[in-house]
Design a protein around this ligand. Sequence first.
Ligand code: GLU
Length: 430
Amino acid sequence: MAKPTPYTRFQKNLKTVFAHLKLTKAERSLFLEPHRILKKDIRLKRDSGKEEKFPAFRVQYNNARGPYKGGIRFHPQADEDEVKALAALMAVKTAVVDIPFGGAKGGVQVDPKKLSKRELQTLSRAYIRAFQEHIGPDIDCPAPDVNTTPTIMGWMRDEYEKLTGSYAPAVITGKPLAYGGSRGRDTATARGGFFILEELMDFDALDRSELRVAIQGFGNAGATMARFLHEAGYTVVAVSDSQGGIYSEEGVDPVRIEKYKRKTGSVAGEYCEGSVCDTSKMKLDNVQHVSNEELLELPCDILIPAALDNVITAKNAPKIKARYILELANGPTTPEADAIFEKRAIRVIPDVLANAGGVTVSYFEWSQGRSGEQWTDAQVDAELKRIILAAYRAVRREVHREKISYRQAAFLLGVRRMLEAMRMRGWIDT
Ligand code: GLU
């Protein structure tokens, strides 16, 4: 049997839903492959004068419910198959939260931490030039993802407007506040996950002060989530970033760690080189260093993968001690691991629901860009809460009605909504 890939794992999740919904062959075929796979090599002149090539991708999976939507990641492991899987997940995600978008994703195979600020800007602008004819506020609207920042989104918007001679703030979301961004977009992914977790903990009548949380990933989503949980009285026992992590049974203070990381980290280009595991100088009591793999298996109640995909597999799933897993990363759990969690009654709140706060506030940003309105923090927060909790409750209803996992229920809801739109558009004979 061929080795599983991110995209075959996505298809496996789809198949269980196809069976549940009793889809015809023709209906299934609409979900099997993305509408369009765009790829180009970006040539970048390095500061040294040498020219280097970086493979770049934009995959447009489906636009039945609205313009293609999804982030762009800059990562050495970003390849066509991964971007394809992430694009497909975006289509399910926008349908689960019921916002008027389809799904897409972009990627450049590069280690952006090795680029100077000038090189990073040149690469970001080149990405837009490479795919400009397929992008637009009504066509395909990118956003940030792993290693891409508001500044990068700002450069990209500017490049698009220059190329098209238009005013188009809605072409891209996750922009800086001073250049068409929305309030609350920076904290949105964590905020959405936090609202869901709070509702789940209330439902299960659990006392926050007794709940220990381990978070893998200290980027935008992970670090913000650590702060929200700490402030709400949970004990954050472990955090990590790409260089490793720290664990303390009594809890770590994410606010101090973030400050420390910023203060001591030398800034290379657009990125901070400080690390959460660089605590020797930080004088934290009872802190143990752990690897990213070890972090997943630590004693805790809630595990939050907030970094990369496919980190929870059949190999480590039996050793995971958490009772709840909240996926702020995209695709962190393989279907084999899911099956183990089902047997062990560990509740997994899937990516397409748990991290959908990011794209939801992107929707607010897109709509502010089109109308010229500016929302307040309170408006963004209230609307995000309404949308994400409505989605969570709809998924939970399917869980109980159909006796299936949260992932299967979310896929069921998403695929059903996509099908309705496809029918309206005549893609399916009724
Ligand atoms: N990259 C984020 C995600 O995976 C946000 C996408 C967006 O805002 O369009 O959901």
